[in-house]
Write a protein that binds this ligand. Structure first.
Ligand code: CAA
Length: 377
């Protein structure tokens, strides 16, 4: 067992950190305030190859691995969790299922422009009455000649409205419940595809979250992903990896808040000494650092397992569970260390705290992670 990152991973970390510090951080607060996604930033990520980190070069990727991808999401989230999740949903939730289950033609047509960042990807599973109980979806896909007709809607779609390509799950045979779910690749321009309401959110506000609606939406039959009835498994397997993307996002958020809190604790003087000189503060920072390190190790381990082709579902759920809780704890403590200033928008820690909350909710709540983990014990 060795804990040292390879030269390639260190290079990717340095490149993403420089990009995050120089290009993403300066506008993070204002984009949060204005709830504004910046396509130009995504284009810059594409130029750096970040939109296709784990995919082979023949499909437009840079031929690296899931660990490099986790490091990239972490580094982006260290300054801006919204940018982190835009990349995570694009890579883990939209590109991965095409890479894994797509035909050669689907990979050329859809994975390649996603990997190159010419197109943005999204994933549509959740419905108003089907959240944690993902198998209870109602959206249907009726086969008619050479196409399917989709009817229904999906909510809470990360990258909704900005994405060009959506992986959507629908019932091709409602009588079979989850065994009747199929997966489809939809283009935003397909007839009958509409973007619905955009959510106003507590955190990750510059990452758009919308409803998507299918009204007799025509999907060519060659856009079925995998086989009919295989959709629920595709959805679950996609989330197995996606959860580690969220773990990486959580590690980044926690690290960003910790860095800010540590330097503040050293600079801020009260009662004639830096507040860091009080055990009440320094012990908090010790706990924060320890939990962040443990989260990072779990996250990198899950990413490594996936890169090695080993089983990673349980590791990924554990990483998301631990890192999500750590992000919430660490950001809350960071605000506490900043005191009154931390509660204002003068410092980034209130944004980190708002952003952290979603890591305990999306891609399966913490309660669902415990369900997934416990079933594998
Ligand atoms: N890999 C492969 N197959 C899997 C699987 C996995 N990880 N998990 C389940 N399956 C298979 C089972 O083997 C089973 O197969 P058979 O029917 O052949 O036996 C089938 O799927 C049904 O499995 P379960 O009986 O375990 O299903 P369930 O109804 O009890 O639900 C669940 C399982 C884990 C609770 C699942 O519903 C779930 O993960 N819920 C949470 C949904 C979720 O994470 N939503 C997030 C939305 S996306 C998002 O948040 C994106 C974003 O914004 C960024």
């Amino acid at each position: 067992m060795q804990f040292q990152l390879s030269e390639e991973h260190e290079m990717i970390r340095k490149m993403v950190r420089d990009f995050a510090n120089n290009e993403v951080a300066p506008t993070a607060a204002i984009r949060d305030e204005e709830e504004r996604f910046d396509r130009a930033l995504f284009d810059q990520m594409a130029e750096l190859g970040l939109t296709g980190i784990p995919w082979p070069e023949e499909y437009g990727g840079i031929g690296s691995d899931y660990l490099a991808y986790a490091i990239a999401v972490e580094e982006l989230s260290r300054v801006d969790a919204s940018t982190g999740v835009v990349l995570s949903a694009h890579t883990s939730l939209a590109s991965w299922p095409i890479f894994k289950f797509g035909t050669e033609e689907q990979k050329r047509k859809y994975l390649t422009p996603l990997a190159k960042g010419e197109k943005i990807g999204a994933y549509g599973l959740t419905e108003p009455e089907s959240g944690s109980d993902a198998g209870a979806m109602k959206t249907t896909a009726r086969k008619e000649g050479d196409h399917y007709v989709l009817n229904g809607s999906k909510i809470f779609i990360t990258n909704g409205g900005i994405a060009d390509i959506y992986i959507v799950f629908a019932l091709t045979d409602p009588s079979l419940k989850h065994k009747g779910v199929s997966a489809f690749i939809l283009e935003s321009g397909f007839p009958g595809f509409k973007t619905g309401k955009k959510e106003k959110k507590l955190g990750i506000r510059s990452s758009p979250t919308t409803e998507i609606i299918f009204e007799d939406c025509i999907v060519p039959k060659e856009n079925l992903l995998g086989e009919e009835g295989q959709g629920f498994k595709i959805a679950m397997m996609t989330l197995d990896g996606g959860r580690n993307g969220i773990a990486a996002q959580a590690v980044g958020i926690a690290q960003g808040a910790f860095d800010a809190a540590l330097s503040y604790a050293k600079e801020r003087h009260q009662f004639g000494k830096p507040i860091m000189a009080n055990q009440g503060i320094s012990f908090k920072l010790a706990d924060m650092a320890t939990n962040i390190e443990a989260s990072r190790l779990l996250t990198y381990q899950a990413a490594w397992l996936e890169s090695e082709g080993k089983s990673y579902g349980k590791a990924s759920a554990m990483a998301k569970l631990f890192a999500g809780d750590t992000a919430m704890k660490v950001t809350t403590e960071a605000v506490q260390i900043f005191g009154g200033y931390g509660y204002t928008k003068e410092y980034p820690v209130e944004r980190f705290m708002r952003d952290a909350k979603i890591t305990q909710i999306y891609e399966g709540t913490q309660e669902i992670q415990r369900l997934v983990i416990s079933r594998m014990l």
